[in-house]
Design a protein around this ligand. Structure first.
Ligand code: ZN
Length: 164
């Protein structure tokens, strides 16, 4: 069976966000930001009558929407055992190993179901959100999704998952 790949990366499929990550042991970065860039590849067979594996316009639209959700936000991990994130009225408080560290307006935060906001985890998160979009529209024939997130020039993580 023939297989094709379509890839989308655009200057608007980006997100400028703040984050910090924890390392093994007792090390935690300070808050800082990146101009993240995403790139997605879908693999699959050709669709009947259209002769494409997936529509570029639809893919660009879905990717932009998923990047916009986390653009201009502080990215906070909800599943990191060393970081405690709690909502307090209109604010979000963040503690590291029990010690208060930050307080942000809630509207400036993206609370993410990840253990650490590494590019690997952000790539997996974007892939799972895009997969939900694809499943909602019933995209047939796709066999894999590959999500790349770059946080600095030449500093990239790629997450790949089989579909179906
Ligand atoms: Zn960073």
């Amino acid at each position: 069976m023939e297989s094709y790949k379509v890839t989308v990366t655009k200057d608007y499929i980006v997100f400028a966000s703040a984050h910090f990550i924890t390392f093994a042991g007792h090390r935690c970065e300070g808050l800082h930001g990146h101009n993240y860039r995403a790139r997605v590849t879908l693999a699959g067979g050709l669709l009947e009558e259209s002769w494409f594996a997936f529509d570029f316009v639809t893919l660009k639209h879905m990717m932009r929407r998923r990047c916009d959700e986390i653009d201009h936000k502080v990215l906070l991990p909800l599943e990191n055992p060393k970081i405690q994130v709690a909502e307090d009225g209109d604010a979000v408080t963040v503690a590291y190993e029990g010690k208060p560290r930050y307080r942000f307006p809630k509207s400036d935060c993206a609370l993410l179901p990840v253990p650490n906001t590494t590019v690997e985890m952000l790539a997996e998160l974007l892939a799972s959100r895009l997969r939900a979009d694809l499943e909602a529209m019933g995209a047939p024939g796709l066999t894999a999704i590959e999500m790349e997130v770059e946080e600095n020039f030449g500093q990239v993580a790629v997450y790949r998952e089989k579909l179906g």
